[in-house]
Write a protein that binds this ligand. Structure first.
Ligand code: ADQ
Length: 760
């Protein structure tokens, strides 16, 4: 039977049963009430008749008795009256009853024998009658009975009326139930299920990948969520399969998450993988009363998540979200991704003092300016160094605890927050393969040498089997620094440091982006163009040319230098005033540190000074957007721009340069790129500039705006190819391959670690 018919039958059955039971009890109650009322009426009348009838009997006047009965019968709308003697023989009867009764009613017999009023319903003919009998006396003895008969048919008629009403009401109810159920099923279920079925059919035929529009109400929400997940997973699987097929066909060597997954599995075999980073891949934050899992905007998560997904690894990171503590299980563990758990996140808790000293202090006020030659003095406080060591030890303890019971673990440590970690881990687990990737530049030995704890930092790093930098120059500087600061043997041919019997390989792994994330379409289909003039209008500007810059507000990014370059360009080429606008997208960063607060104020002041100098009512030279943007929002600016400016004073790589290139699958747009950014080593078709040279910046802007479309396309095509081929997945694949292929040496504890581990 169809679902809707079953549902209607159930609803109708229940409603009918309830209505019938209700009508039954209502009819019963009504009959009982009418009977009681009739009985009371009869008793009252009997009391008034009793004396008079007794008197007429005593007077032995049958004619008078007969006429009295007829008179009473008419007056009190009785059906009839009979007077009986004590043997039940009728002494006087009103005419309406004379032929009706065939035998003596029980109530009369009982009234005589029990000497009291008795009532009874009888049915001598068609109509039901109510008889009330009273004993008649002569002196103390009972001489007979008076029977008063009432027509009781109106009681049955009332009950019948009630049943008829109940029946018609029930019919109306059934009609309404059937109608409402039918309409409800049609509107609420059939439409949704129909759409889903159609979508599945289309999906099966490969017509559409978009999830069907399902209502977001309570009933369908869980189903809608699951369908969305399945869609995403199926779409990803299908895209991966299509991509693989495409690659096989074109014999290209593009790296995809799927290819990385297979690669990682084959490289690691059964060895467990651990990633350690300061930033966690999933952060739980409070949003009103609910808790949300947030993925921090970070290329690191994009690159490393497929690696962890491939081998069910463990990611150890600082739990920094305000709802992080309440979302972990025993051992501070959490399975992630939240909607499709495949690996373990282990959160490490830091006190605010630890975080202040280790993160804001030593890492960001010490190491960050030390490694970036950007003319901001590093600040080295012993208290920060203490905190840095303590936090590194804390993470080492956490990592070692996680590795317990495992064989030959592989560890990927991320960035300058954990310089001491490789050595600390190796001291406890000589069988572990440890790599650290240094995301920021490594400066020349003289610059690094000003750090009071340079030897400890180098020893910490040299605990690793592999150290990765973005570009060869950073590898070279690192080896030179080791050479000058420590006793060691350096193999310059193979880029290996031998220190205290342990070998550390130093390699270049240029990090990159996931191009698919930055283009609206993946595969061979081009992203749709973005309307530049309309985008500028959204910001209240009438212009035809547009430049873009996207940065964390950091003094290494050269933002004031860039704005001064724009100012000089407009000064030198006034015909672009009113026609060219530069959009600076800026994310607030490390605002606990005074230098960053000063820089934020400086950038705002420069933007507003330049705007005040040139702006007209409908145009201004700089649109300054200071907030965190989503990838999709940023990609829109990238795709609309004539040029993108990356003017870092010093930068490990700079992902913005690669993001801009990756987003321009239309082969348009010019990249103006600082020669001091690591990306300049790969993106040679950018207009390479010295960000300190304002004249050169201004000229680069002019050259970009006046470049022929052919040259623009040739340059962008070449750079796009570099970024597509050397994407983030290739970066992760190379790192894992290099680490797992390093020839294993006899495991022996790294001796410098004992000093660090002991906190000396
Ligand atoms: P950063 O200096 O933080 O990292 P960078 O390479 O400049 O990184 O990339 C910044 C990222 O932040 C980009 O993905 C960009 O899209 C994003 N971003 C910038 N402004 C934003 C905004 N307003 N809203 C949202 N997102 C914004 C360090 C090194 C780099 C190195 C990376 C990776 O300093 O040299 O390239 O690590 O290794």
């Amino acid at each position: 039977m169809r679902f809707s018919v079953r549902l209607m039958a159930a609803l109708v059955g229940v409603t009918a049963a309830v209505a019938l039971v209700f009508a039954y009890f209502q009819a019963k109650a009504q009959t009982r009430a009418l009977q009681n009322e009739l009985e009371s009426r009869a008793q009252a009348l009997g009391a008034t008749l009793q004396d008079r009838v007794e008197a007429l009997l005593d007077a032995a006047d049958p004619a008078a008795l007969q006429s009295y009965l007829v008179q009473v019968e008419n007056r009190d709308s009785l059906y009839g009256i009979i007077v009986y003697n004590d043997l039940g023989t009728e002494l006087a009867t009103t005419p309406s009853l004379s032929a009706a009764l065939k035998r003596l009613p029980l109530a009369v017999t009982r009234a005589i024998s029990e000497n009291g009023g008795r009532g009874e319903f009888i049915r001598p003919g068609q109509a039901p009658l109510y008889l009330y009998a009273l004993p008649l006396h002569h002196g103390p003895s009972v001489t007979g009975a008076l029977g008063m008969f009432y027509d009781a048919s109106y009681i049955d008629a009332g009950a019948a009326r009630l049943w008829r009403t109940a029946f018609w009401t029930l019919l109306v109810e059934i009609f309404l139930i059937v109608l409402i159920t039918f309409l409800f099923i049609r509107w609420s279920f059939a439409g949704t299920i129909g759409r889903m079925t159609l979508w599945m059919k289309q999906w099966r035929r490969g017509v559409t990948y978009a999830a069907p529009p399902l209502p977001d109400d309570d009933l369908f929400k869980p189903l809608a969520e699951e369908v969305r997940h399945i869609t995403t997973m199926l779409a990803a699987a299908r895209a991966a399969a299509e991509e693989e097929a495409r690659l096989r066909q074109s014999a290209e060597s593009l790296w995809t998450p799927e290819r990385l997954r297979v690669h990682v599995q084959s490289k690691l075999q059964e060895r467990p993988l651990f990633v350690v980073s300061n930033r966690e891949p999933y952060m739980h934050v409070r949003n009103g009363k609910s808790v949300q899992a947030v993925v921090p905007a970070s290329g690191l998560v994009t690159a490393l998540e497929p690696v962890l997904l491939a081998c069910d690894g463990t990611w150890i990171a600082h739990g920094a979200g305000d709802a992080d503590r309440e979302t972990v299980g025993p051992g501070d563990h959490l399975r992630v991704p939240p909607d499709n758990p495949h690996y373990t996140l282990r959160r490490v808790w830091l006190s605010s003092e630890e975080n202040q000293g280790y993160y804001f202090g030593f890492a960001n006020e010490g190491l960050w300016p030390l490694c970036h030659i950007a003319h901001t003095r590093p600040i080295f406080r012993s208290s920060d160094w203490e905190a840095y060591q303590e936090v590194n030890r804390k993470f080492a303890r956490a990592a070692i605890a996680e590795m317990e019971g495992t064989d030959g673990p592989v560890v990927l440590v991320q960035d300058y927050h954990f310089a001491l970690l490789p050595c600390l881990i190796k001291a406890e687990r000589p069988d572990a393969r440890v790599a650290i990737f240094w995301h920021i530049p490594w400066p020349n030995p003289q610059s690094f040498g000003i750090c009071p704890w340079q030897r400890e930092l180098l020893d910490g790093l040299l605990g690793a089997d592999l150290i990765g930098f973005h570009i060869q120059a950073h590898c070279n500087y690192f080896l030179e620094t080791v050479d000058q600061a420590l006793e060691s043997r350096i193999d310059w041919d193979r880029f290996v440091v031998n220190r205290r019997g342990h070998r550390t390989h130093v390699r270049r792994f240029p990090i990159s982006v996931d191009p698919a994330e930055l283009t609206a379409a993946s595969g061979p289909v081009k992203s749709p163009p973005v309307d530049r003039v309309a985008l500028l209008k959204e910001h209240g500007v009438d212009a035809v040319f547009m430049g873009v810059g996207v940065d964390r507000i950091d003094y290494t990014k050269g933002i004031p230098e860039r704005l001064r370059g724009v100012e000089r360009f407009l000064e030198k080429h006034p015909d672009y005033q009113g026609r060219f606008t530069f959009i600076q997208v800026a994310a607030p960063s490390r605002s606990e540190i005074p230098r960053y607060r000063d820089l934020t104020a400086e950038v705002e002041a420069e933007a507003s000074r330049i705007n005040t100098r040139f702006a007209t009512p409908r145009w201004k030279p700089i649109v300054y957007l200071q907030r965190l943007h989503t990838h999709a929002e940023i990609a829109r600016y990238y795709r609309a721009a004539n040029l993108c400016m990356v003017t870092s004073l010093h930068d490990g790589m700079n992902l913005v340069a690669k993001e801009f290139v990756a987003s321009r699958d239309d082969e348009r747009g010019v990249l103006i790129l600082s020669r001091f950014a690591g990306a300049a080593a790969e993106l040679r078709d950018a207009l390479i500039v010295n960000p300190y040279d304002t004249e050169q910046l201004a000229e680069a802007i002019r050259a970009a705006l006046e470049m022929t479309p052919e040259e623009e396309a040739t340059r962008m095509r070449a750079m796009h190819r570099v970024v597509t081929d050397h994407n983030i997945y290739r970066w992760a694949a190379n790192l894992i391959a290099e680490l797992t292929e390093i020839r294993a040496e006899e495991p022996q504890p790294v001796s410098a670690a004992s000093n660090i581990a002991a906190g000396n």
